[in-house]
Structures are given as structure tokens and as C-alpha cells.
Ligand binder design. Structure first.
Ligand SMILES: [Zn+2]
Length: 279
């Protein structure tokens, strides 16, 4: 049985708090306005979402009046059903994922009833201003990257930005089959463009990052893409790819990412060309 726990909300800026929801170690944000509060990401089950909502209201001293989901992965989305009656926001590509086999698989693994899961009641394509109880928050989509429905949440009066799994500091970024490797650095360029040296960047998992951390991770994701392109051009098949180049992430991360990347290159018509040995 999965153990769902939510750590305490700790202050990170004026009226902004951060809690960690286990077992996924996912960051949950809380932005408190004069008359209501906004929660960013919801945990891994409806019950965990309800626990997050209660903990958030205890810290905020005002009701939770809005919630944003940064992307469709279970540890960010499945708790949304615990926020009944609250205005909820997410990217328009997110909703379709709830009916996909991957969502049902994740729900079964967690012991969560898939029919209890809900999508945000307001979706958007590019940008949305969200009222956090009288405090202005902006949600932005910079194109496909970690998923095709990633949302970045910006609190302008505090210089804090919640980026979901577009960036990670607890571990390497997660390169699942639904990521878009070529486009990912472009989305991170959007984050680099909207932040300043003093900005606080909250990744999906792990401690706060700054702009240079984001720049470094953007470079390494771009390098991963470039190295895959290099080994494909060398004629290396996916099983031989790891040994054929230097890589910007751990071996486990790269070995997970390689089949995903090869499939994406193949979909674009780029496959290893076999060469006859020279004699
Ligand atoms: Zn994710």
C-alpha cells in the first residue's frame, strides 16, 4: 500500500510556501493572497490532494480558492480531485491524458480509482492570469518539453516561478516517452527569458534553483539531444549508443532517455545508417 505523506509548508518568500508530498517527493506550492490562496500541484491521490488543501488552509489562514496543475504526471495531477469546488487551471493538452492507458496504469500502481480523477475546470493554450485571492499570478506554456502540456506559474510581486518538471534539482530531469527532447531547451529559453539573477525557481522535485542552475540544465538537455544525433549519424544502434559518446547525465538517466530519443529521431526520419566496413 502506497504511503502518502505531505510535509509542512515552509515559507520561501513573502506569502509563498513550499511543501513536499511523498512518496514522489513532489514540490507543492502555496501562494497566499489577501482573500484566498493558490495551490500549485496536487499530489498523487485525491486523498493526498485533500490533505494538501487542509494543510494549505491551516498555514494560509484563508480558503484555497484556486489550484494549478503543472502537467499531467500522476504526482502533480491525481490529487486534484481533493479540491472540490475550487477553480482549477491547467494546459489544454492535459485533459486528454486522463483517458490514456498511462494514466490508468499509474492509478492502478498507486491503488487510486481512475474514475475518481478529474481534469482542471479551466484550461488554456498559452497564458492565463490567475487570481490568487486578490494577488496576481500568471501561468504560461512555452511549448512541448517534459510533456506536451507543461505550465510554468509566475508570481510577479515575489520573483518566484514554479516550473514543474521542466527542471529538477533532486535528480536528473525525467525523460519519459511523452517528453519532447528537441523542443525542451526551447521551453527552458522561455524560463530563462522571464527570470532574473535574483529569481527563485522552484523545480518539480528538489530544492530551489536559480537562473544559472536553469541555464546549466538547459545546456545539458540540449547536449543530450546533440549527442544522440551524433551517435545516430555515426551509425550506432540504440543498444550501442551509450558506449559511443560522452553524456551530460548519469548512466541510468541516459540509458532511459536513449530509446525515447531514438524513437523521436526515427519519427522525424532520422535513423542510423549502417556502413560497410572499410577493407
Ligand atoms: Zn513529470
Amino acid at each position: 500500500m502506497t504511503q502518502f505523506r505531505v510535509g509542512p509548508f515552509e515559507p520561501i518568500a513573502e506569502g509563498i510556501y513550499l511543501a513536499v508530498a511523498e512518496p514522489a517527493g513532489v514540490n507543492v506550492g502555496l501562494v497566499v493572497g489577501p482573500e484566498g490562496a493558490l495551490v500549485i500541484d496536487t499530489g498523487s491521490s485525491p486523498e493526498q490532494g485533500a490533505a494538501i488543501r487542509a494543510a494549505a488552509e491551516a498555514v494560509a489562514g484563508v480558503p484555497v480558492t484556486a489550484v494549478v496543475v503543472t502537467h499531467w504526471h500522476y504526482d502533480h495531477l491525481f490529487g486534484l480531485a481533493g479540491f472540490t469546488g475550487v477553480a482549477s487551471f491547467g494546459h489544454e493538452n492535459l485533459t486528454a491524458w486522463l483517458s490514456r492507458p498511462e494514466a490508468h496504469h499509474d492509478a492502478a500502481e498507486l491503488g487510486v480509482d481512475p474514475t475518481s480523477l478529474v481534469a482542471p475546470n479551466t484550461t488554456f493554450a498559452l497564458a492565463k492570469v490567475i487570481d490568487a485571492g486578490g494577488r496576481r499570478v500568471e501561468a504560461l506554456h512555452f511549448g512541448p518539453a517534459h510533456t506536451d502540456g507543461d505550465v510554468v506559474v509566475f508570481v510577479p510581486d515575489a520573483g518566484v516561478v514554479f516550473v514543474g518538471d521542466l527542471l529538477e534539482s533532486a535528480d536528473d530531469p525525467s525523460f519519459g516517452p511523452d517528453c519532447h527532447l528537441r523542443d525542451w531547451p526551447v521551453a527552458l529559453d522561455g524560463i530563462l527569458g522571464m527570470t532574473r539573477a535574483e529569481s527563485v525557481i522552484i523545480p518539480g522535485h528538489g530544492p530551489a534553483m536559480d537562473r544559472m542552475d536553469a541555464f546549466d540544465q538547459r545546456s545539458r538537455i540540449s547536449a543530450l539531444y546533440g549527442q544522440v544525433e551524433f551517435v545516430i549519424n555515426q551509425g550506432k544502434l540504440v543498444d550501442d549508443a551509450y558506449e559511443a559518446a560522452e553524456w551530460p547525465f548519469t548512466e541510468a538517466t541516459v540509458r532511459t532517455a536513449l530509446p525515447v530519443a531514438y524513437a523521436q529521431f526515427a519519427a522525424a526520419g532520422v535513423t542510423p545508417k549502417r556502413q560497410l566496413p572499410l577493407v
